[in-house]
Design a protein around this ligand. Structure first.
Ligand code: TMP
Length: 211
């Protein structure tokens, strides 16, 4: 196994954006090259976090308050970073996250209209200073994203209305604008292979600097 410096990369985007496909492709590429690499989805990635995921995405939980929702996403996240992410980074490995804290800012902050300040306060407790080295935002217009999800059984968040999803998408774009060095902004209407090439180019640049 190649030894390298720790690297944390998150993938973000609205449901149906194509981010999970990119995340999996990068994971397999790095694995094939012999890196110590892990891929976790959020919410999820540990036994406890997967149980929290079920509660969060259950369409029967219509009465869930926005603050409960936000706290549960952070509870799941804290468990994942304590149990899996931090130990892997301490071993000098690469961690890919299919969603991370920017999802909560985009969905619960911009989408549900919770104050960004309150979310950042909880983030301080739940994840401390942990920040991705790179965040790949796959930005996809709502109609394209919804076409891709046509065949899926929608979960509680996916079943939200178009205004919520538009606010979430715009929230992501604002985050990318605020932190242009951390974000790689991709046009989700491009082909899977074109996007894969752009992702690999950026990751190779970072790996080149680390080794
Ligand atoms: P997934 O379908 O990408 O696995 O994500 C599950 C759903 O949870 C998705 O609709 C986005 C939503 N979500 C939030 O609302 N806030 C969060 O912090 C995270 C991680 C996901």
């Amino acid at each position: 196994m190649k030894t390298n410096k720790p690297l944390l990369i998150s993938f973000e985007g609205i449901d149906g954006s194509g981010k999970s496909t990119q995340c999996k492709m990068l994971y397999h590429e790095l694995l094939d090259r012999g890196y110590g690499v892990h891929l976790y989805r959020e919410p999820g990635g540990t036994k406890i976090s997967e149980k929290i995921r079920e509660i969060l995405l259950d369409r029967e939980n219509v009465e869930m308050s926005p603050v409960t929702e936000m706290l549960l996403y952070f509870a799941s996240r804290n468990q994942l970073i304590s149990e899996k992410v931090l130990p892997a980074l301490q071993r000098g490995e690469i961690v890919l996250l299919d969603r991370f804290v920017d999802s909560t800012i985009a969905y619960q902050g911009y989408g549900r209209d919770l104050s960004l300040e309150s979310i950042r306060k909880v983030a301080e407790v739940a994840i401390g200073e942990l920040t991705p080295d790179l965040t790949i935002l796959v930005d996809t217009p709502l109609d394209t994203a919804e076409d891709r999800m046509d065949h899926r059984q929608l979960d509680r968040l996916e079943a939200e209305n178009a205004e919520f999803k538009e606010r979430t998408r715009n929230g992501y774009l604002q985050l990318a604008k605020d932190e242009p060095h951390r974000f790689l902004l991709l046009d989700g209407r491009e082909s899977i292979d074109v996007l894969k090439g752009i992702v690999l180019e950026r990751v190779d640049q970072i790996l080149g600097r680390l080794t």
